[in-house]
Design a protein around this ligand. Sequence first.
Ligand code: CA
Ligand code: CA
Ligand code: CA
Ligand code: CA
Length: 672
Amino acid sequence: MRTVTIRFLVCVFVGLGLGVFALATISGAEQATSPAAVGPDLHVSKHPTWPFDLLVEPGGVITFAILVENLGTGQAQGVVLTDTLPEDLTFVGASNNLCGGPCPMEVKGQQVIWQMGNLAPDTQWQWMEMWARVSATVTVGTILTNTVEIRGANAEIDSNPGDENPDPYANNRSSRTIEIISATPDLEIYKEVTAGVAAAGESLRYSIRLVNQGAGAAEDVIVTDTLPFSVTYLAHGSDYLIGDPILVTPTVSGQQVVWTLGRVPGHGWGYLTVDVRVSSTATMGAILTNVATVSTSSPELERFANEFVREDTLVSDIPNLWVDKQSEGQRTPGNQFNYRIRLTNYGGGSATGVRVTDTLPAELRFITATSQSCLDPLNPAICQLNPFTMTIQGQQIAWEIGRVPPGIGETYIMATVEVSPSVVPGTVITNVVTIGGSAVDGNPGDNVYTSTLPVVESADPDIAVFKSLETAPPRPGEQIIYRLRVINQGAFPLPNVILTDTLPISVSLRATANTTCFAPPTCVDDAFVPTVQDGALVWNLGEIAVNGYGSFFVTVDVPVTVTAGTILSNTARISASALETDLTDNESLAAVTIIGTATPTPTASQTPTATRTTTPTPTGTHTATPTATPTNTRTATPTPTATPTATPTSTRTATPTPTARRVYLPIILYNR
Ligand SMILES: [Ca+2]
Ligand SMILES: [Ca+2]
Ligand SMILES: [Ca+2]
Ligand SMILES: [Ca+2]
């Protein structure tokens, strides 16, 4: 639902907090962790599906999440996954896309066997689901054990020689126990901050998660949230998916917010949200204490707590504005191209009186500008078009931005300029943009950005790629959709075009889609399927005619274990069999900062080896790495939604993939 909203609101959406970082940082970090030996190291582990624990009633259906990985440095060949079910469990179904679609599967008695083919080295975070029914006659209190095992045809290595276990096969087997419970309810409540910042004068969103971990319905359910004294109630919302999604209105009295929910069925769950503003007189280091409780008139199993106490320490309210600038379109004498000026606030508090100033060099003439602001940190996908007042004084153009809180959506100014016809190709044009406000800035160094670009000959061959984000800044556990725009903006048809996208290693691929118009005006959907080579997606695009263009969409899952503040960097590259003079636009990097905290907050048993996330480090040199993109007029084709992979259809009513932002189980399309 949220993703759909974004699509209609925003045509061209580049993620918040995009930065330009050195590419070498990523590959360097990967190499540093590679062991000396070459070979595969298969890994499998079995988990509950969030948010439920492995408790099920007689006759009920249980869903397992299975993580399949090759942590080694070599390809695993002929991989076979075998799941052995205990006597009182009957296989119902499974879902995966690990073989470019579901892997071949067969059921032999109590064993379920998947032929997974070959798994590339460094294949991580690939999830599948399996669900099974418990016998209706099994006794309450019974413990059932379910084991999964992975084997390949070639010998494995120990990919983590630093740990105490040298056996490369120790991680090839995983068991889970499930407990048979009576059909009794058991409510669980959890609270977190999912948007905004806990700082003086700023607003934030509390999300309360309610889960009935039991198999029986809870009657007369009431949720009470007691807000800290130093905040003011602003608004409420719900993402209440118990049965049908419905909007639940609470009563608000002083610092108490009370929802009367009535009946919550077994295995039902949902979200309630409260937006608040922190008092401007609160001090850094003070603690906001917030207590959420849930009650029911039904007797509970009482394994899960009905109260949650949340404490947030107020952070510094000093803002840190940031600006950069990217060029889009071919820079040739006498022609127009665009500058995209992106801005955000990486600090703890809002900046006010913010102004962006762009100073054009003599070789450029200002034509026009458009802008987009998404300045509500609690609703970063809600944006306005052309909200900023612009003033022009000679070669200097300024925009009044006003208040810029931290945690905002993609806010930018797109300026169209014309290159003077008398400029000699090869001339380097230098353009400086600055951002400033009335407050102190945490890091003034990134408030100025200097872009240097060469002017090229219009008769040259020139292919370009531009990468952007289609979705709002993600939280852990959410999805990101990247868009790669490709255009032949040169004077010749280009053969053998190859597009490559290197994903951050901590995300998993969910789906890809594309719309291409490589021989305009004819356009085709999903004409290309990428292959995966060394962790990168590779599309062989063949020939692209002059002015041919296309968009490639890549949907990835951010694991719940990635922490807020992590920067995910992602680079796209394009090449053709032609001699280009402008290679600055053959590479484009998108970097996005993870906001908020993980929604699911899995328990230790649910967290599969959480420390393998590589966090690329910004180089800190805030200098121009120019990228280019098709001009706006050529990308007016409707944006297709990235094709979703098959959704597991568990018979359980509350299979936890109800909203785009709560997805816990990444399902991978391609692995070889
Ligand atoms: Ca292994
Ligand atoms: Ca309880
Ligand atoms: Ca700054
Ligand atoms: Ca180029």
